[in-house]
Design a protein around this ligand. Structure first.
Ligand code: PLP
Length: 390
């Protein structure tokens, strides 16, 4: 049996995906396919490293070792073709916290921060919490239904107070892996208007069928000087619970400005287990990741095959991430509430409502397909049963 066929029991513990079922869906009787972690076992190399560290009898304060940063730099060079030095990287316990720190460091109250909805909700909430203005520049679907940046629309909305853009690359929830030319056009616009970019590239190892991730900092020296990049093993190796990522800045002055904010909130150290798991994932996890991508592609194919037979849901397979963005507008529900109730009550699936990613997500549902084979098959059977009766 493949490791991707094994079902690890997560209910009954503290796993957020399961523990919040009652609160979010009003019932325990849903297969939860919402929050972006995997129901797939974390790779053995990571678990071994954590267990080895656990054996040491002292769990005191610990520096993130240089060797861990080096492991991530090697990974970035090898998988994504970019050069980073350990000095460019700062530890972060959370990408969302890094976004908050970037907003505090590089904008003032009343300034505008750009988002491109539909978008991972904390992009918007961090801006609001910090008293900055959300400059919403929705993605546009082209004639083929492919989501694109709306750069003309952005150019029209920009003001002297527009200071930062939050880029999600690959994009959660729509699953785009932005092409180099698209990113270059966005970067040119940001350079022209003096807008810094926070590139959230946390999904960048999860790529399908010929799609290649272009790190924003791969676009040249000028772009590097305005970019903060969030990267980490959380999504790639299913270690969100180790609470560890990094934020990269190659411009020393920019890093110092960011660090000044960082230091006020004492963002200094990670956990003994986080450090061990992080380094092991990057050093030893590649073969596991390759296997995972094959498995995830299989889940996409099964979902495509099913939805190909039911025209009520339009589905374009994601280019990256393990999130499927289901266009349910043809189902004809009058409201997002009714759509959500169909998925909970009829399909017995706990998905993320598209509307939670902004009003551009109305009529959509996001399904996390990072599950082992038996769970995927059970989910598809539930979905098919509901669609057949619809
Ligand atoms: C695009 C994106 N950024 C950030 C996060 C969360 O990162 P963290 O848990 O490190 O704050 C997620 C989790 O779903 C995500 O999808």
């Amino acid at each position: 049996m493949s490791i991707f066929d094994r079902v690890a029991e997560r209910s009954g513990g503290n796993a957020e995906k399961y523990a919040l079922r009652q609160k979010l869906f009003g019932t325990e009787d849903v297969l939860p396919m919402w929050v972006a972690d995997m129901d797939i076992e974390t790779p053995l190399c990571v678990r071994d490293a954590v267990m080895k560290r656990a054996e040491h009898p002292v769990y005191g304060y610990e520096e993130m070792p240089r060797s861990a940063f080096e492991a991530q730099c090697s990974w970035m060079a090898h998988r994504h073709g970019v050069t980073l030095e350990p000095e460019d990287l700062l530890y972060s316990h959370s990408v969302v916290a890094s976004i908050s720190a970037a907003i505090a460091a590089f904008t003032a109250p009343g300034d505008e921060v750009v988002v491109q909805p539909p978008i991972y909700p904390p992009f918007v909430s961090t801006i609001r919490h910090s008293g900055r203005k959300v400059l919403s520049n929705p993605l546009r679907q082209d004639a083929e239904g492919i989501y694109r940046f709306d750069l003309e629309g952005l150019e029209k909305q920009i003001t002297p107070k527009t200071k930062l853009l939050l880029l999600c690359s690959p994009h959660n929830p729509v699953g785009r892996v932005w092409e180099r030319a698209e990113l270059e056009a966005l970067a040119a616009l940001c350079l022209r208007h003096g807008i810094r970019v926070f590139a959230d590239e946390i999904h960048s190892d999860l790529l399908f069928a010929g799609h290649r991730h272009t790190p924003f900092i791969a676009l040249g020296e000028a772009v590097r000087a305005i970019t903060l990049t969030a990267i980490g093993p959380g999504k790639s190796f299913n270690v969100a619970g180790l609470a560890i990522s990094t934020v990269a800045m190659t411009d020393a002055a920019m890093r110092a400005e960011f660090k000044a904010v960082y230091d006020t909130i004492h963002f200094a150290q990670g956990t003994v287990f986080g450090h061990a798991g992080f380094e092991a994932a990057y050093r030893e996890g590649e073969a596991w990741l390759e296997g995972l991508l094959v498995h995830l592609q299989g889940n996409i194919d099964k979902l495509s095959e099913l939805l190909g037979r039911y025209e009520q849901i339009a589905f374009r397979p994601p280019e990256g991430t393990y999130l499927a963005w289901l266009d349910c507008r043809k189902m004809g529900f009058g409201s997002d509430k009714a759509l959500r109730e169909f998925f909970i009550g009829e399909a017995r699936l706990g998905l993320s409502p598209g509307i939670s990613f902004g009003r551009e997500g109305s009529g959509f549902m996001r399904l996390n397909f990072a599950v082992p084979t038996p769970t995927m098959d059970a989910a598809l059977a539930r979905l098919e049963g509901a669609l057949r009766a619809f």
